[in-house]
Design a protein around this ligand. Structure first.
Ligand SMILES: NC(=O)c1ccc[n+]([C@@H]2O[C@H](COP(=O)([O-])OP(=O)(O)OC[C@H]3O[C@@H](n4cnc5c(N)ncnc54)[C@H](O)[C@@H]3O)[C@@H](O)[C@H]2O)c1
Ligand SMILES: CC(C)=CCC/C(C)=C/C=C\C(C)=C/C=C/C(C)=C/C=C/C=C(C)/C=C/C=C(C)/C=C/C=C(\C)CCC=C(C)C
Length: 585
């Protein structure tokens, strides 16, 4: 292939670089980037003297869950310190730059960014701190290239999507319509109510009083998985496999393990608020929220701020954090945006001996999803053999699978391929005449352990070549020749730069669970310590973590007196009941 290979991703040239010629090799990066080790080192050399200070709330991390919670709390008047170990905000929804390019760290398919209803949680997270980001509507959520010649576009227009699916499975028209209607029923119920903390009973009572039917409908679906509902309406096994892929493509598990509430959100919002790409790249969302938080009195967002431990008072309540540079920040509430595995346990922010039973139970039910092998590729449009212009009908997001058996299990780049080409929608993220191809495929940490640096590099090159060849076969003949440079990341890269255990995409049900009922909310059994992000209800996804952010902000605000709440024991009764139920199921 005629391109230079640079590995891995977000590393500036001065730090480490492998491979030959590249347009960015000797250039200056506009994005400040650092490894976890650097993040720990930088503040230590700058501030010799350890410092102490106090705020209302400390937030560990700046993923979308953390930023939403911080924005919500800042908007309610709390002083908030957001501490991010890396040097840019956003975590999985961050960005990195190379001259002329802005790459999205995670996928570029953004839900929850519409202008109406209550489920547009990204728009609302920005609104909370009076910021906005312009968006470009995507006419097609995704184009599937699946075995048995299944080639389906999920159009923004719902009826157009249904017709395309019905054309492929005419004998299942009724089943198709009734399955997706069930999804709409979930979505319409969610979209009727303000979305806040389900463990704050005053809010819940109000919502039940205002929207009793919607709440009962959600309760009905709370314990169900999408696969069970699909099987109530659909019998064709190939169509059921398609529904599996519809779920797998964002939940990384098949339909029988995917909570129906989440399926309802995803399968409906794409036709309601639609998929909308932020002008300037996904990283713009985090950047704007950070600016909004910083504009509030007493609120900060700090980078290179690696939190090493949660601090406890004499009653065993969380009362602050310790940073790698020795500084301590005390707070009335501590919110962790690290995964639950990185928050609790021997290598976590809270030692195993303080780790509550509920957290051990969580680990029995949920497993770490695979990580991804991801390639950020700069592609010359003039060398592509397919049209990429506005009238050529090229879609932004693609999913490619060659063999149904490989949907979950295939390794070495042979499984499901996810491809986003954000430059189809927004030309500003790459130089003129160039495209960004972000290609990723599930990969597990164990495949990458114990390799020498040359074996590690060779494995990356082999995997890159495998996925590029598959894309050449399916979609872009001659793609290899059009590549200007490629940067690849393994699960090791994701662990290193996102601070996520094994580089995991998030927790997934390790066995069949009762829908979302087992997923913990934001309070933990450690007083004063809250979790936010994809380790909390309702799980992975940018707007899912934005939901967890609003829920967390609401619960913390009520606990700290920024919002009214019911007197005890009524206020905590629901949290206790839900925790006890969770321990039993
Ligand atoms: N739809 C999409 O296209 C898309 C794109 C990107 C991300 N996502 C979703 O975003 C979700 C992740 O969001 P999230 O809010 O859970 O978190 P996240 O993992 O994105 O962010 C966590 C942040 O916390 C920081 N951090 C971790 N430990 C720390 C410590 N000890 N000290 C300081 N900082 C620390 C990390 O550096 C990171 O920035 C994923 O589930 C993914 O689904 C979706
Ligand atoms: C008392 C109790 C418990 C309940 C009372 C009843 C009640 C009121 C219940 C309410 C429930 C609520 C409010 C639930 C809310 C659920 C929400 C907001 C769920 C949101 C889910 C969003 C998801 C799952 C978003 C996923 C997004 C995606 C697409 C993620 C990633 C995508 C990729 C990695 C794929 C990229 C693909 C390509 C091709 C590049």
């Amino acid at each position: 292939m005629g391109f230079s290979f640079i590995a891995p991703l977000p590393i500036p040239p001065g730090v480490r670089q492998v491979g030959g010629r590249s347009s960015c090799r000797n250039s200056h990066f506009t994005t400040p980037v650092a490894s976890a080790a650097n993040a720990a080192r930088i503040p230590r050399t700058v501030a010799q003297q350890a410092t102490e200070r106090t705020v209302d709330v400390v937030v560990i991390g700046s993923g979308m869950g953390a930023l939403t919670a911080a924005a919500d709390l800042a908007s309610k008047g709390a002083s908030v310190a957001v501490l991010e170990r890396y040097l840019i905000p956003g975590g999985s929804s961050g960005y990195f730059e190379r001259p002329g390019y802005r790459f999205d760290v995670g996928a570029s398919m953004i839900f929850g960014f519409g202008t109406r209803g209550t489920t547009n949680l990204l728009t609302r997270a920005l609104d909370a701190v009076d910021r906005r980001v312009d968006t470009i509507p995507d006419p097609v959520q995704v184009r599937y290239h699946l075995p048995d010649g299944i080639d389906i576009r999920v159009h923004r227009d719902y009826e157009q999507f249904l017709q395309e699916l019905v054309r492929r499975f005419p004998h299942e028209e009724k089943g198709i319509r009734s399955f997706y209607n069930a999804c709409w029923s979930v979505f319409n119920s969610l979209n009727a109510m303000p979305l806040r903390s389900l463990e704050e009973p005053r809010y819940l009572l109000r919502v039940f009083a205002a929207h009793p039917l919607a709440c009962l409908n959600l309760l009905r679906f709370l314990t169900r998985n999408a696969g069970d509902i699909a099987r109530e309406h659909i019998v064709d096994e190939n169509l059921l496999k398609f529904i599996d892929m519809e779920c797998y493509s964002w939940s990384v598990v098949p339909a029988n393990l995917t909570p129906m509430i989440n399926a309802g959100m995803v399968f409906s919002d794409r036709h309601y608020g639609g998929i909308n790409y932020p002008v300037g790249g996904v990283g713009r969302i985090a950047e704007e929220i950070v600016e909004g938080i910083r504009s509030r009195e007493g609120c900060t967002v700090e980078y290179g701020a690696l939190v090493t431990k949660v601090l406890f008072d004499e009653r065993g309540s969380a009362c602050g954090v310790k940073l790698a540079n020795g500084n301590r920040i005390y707070a009335k509430a501590v919110i962790s945006n690290a995964t639950r595995w990185d928050t609790f346990g021997d290598k976590g922010l809270v030692d195993e001996e303080r780790t509550p039973v509920a957290e051990r139970r969580f680990r029995e039910r949920y497993v770490k999803s695979p990580s991804f092998f991801s390639c950020h590729i700069a592609v010359r449009e003039k060398n592509l053999k397919v049209g990429m212009g506005e009238d050529d009908g090229m879609d932004c997001h693609h999913i490619v699978l060659d063999d149904w058996k490989e949907i979950e299990t295939a390794r070495d780049g042979r499984g499901t391929i996810f491809l986003s080409i954000p430059t189809i929608l927004d030309k500003s993220v790459a130089p003129p005449g160039m495209h960004i191809f972000h290609v990723f495929t599930p990969s597990w940490m164990d495949e990458w352990k114990g390799l020498s640096s040359s074996a590690y590099k060779a494995k990356k090159e082999t995997m890159l070549s495998t996925v590029v060849k598959r894309l050449e076969r399916e979609l872009f003949p001659g793609l290899g020749e059009a590549i200007e440079f490629a940067e690849v990341g393994s699960p090791r890269t994701h662990r290193k730069y996102l601070g996520r255990i094994d580089g995991s995409y998030g927790p997934v049900a390790g066995k069949r669970l009762a829908g979302l009922l087992s997923m913990p909310f934001n309070r933990t059994d450690v007083k004063g310590l809250y979790c936010v992000g994809d380790s909390t209800f309702p799980g992975q996804g940018l707007n899912a973590t934005a939901f967890s952010g609003f829920a967390c902000g609401h619960r913390v605000a009520a606990d700290l007196g920024f919002l009214e709440r019911l007197p005890e024991p009524f206020d905590s009764a629901l949290t206790d009941l839900l925790s006890r139920t969770r321990l039993k199921i």
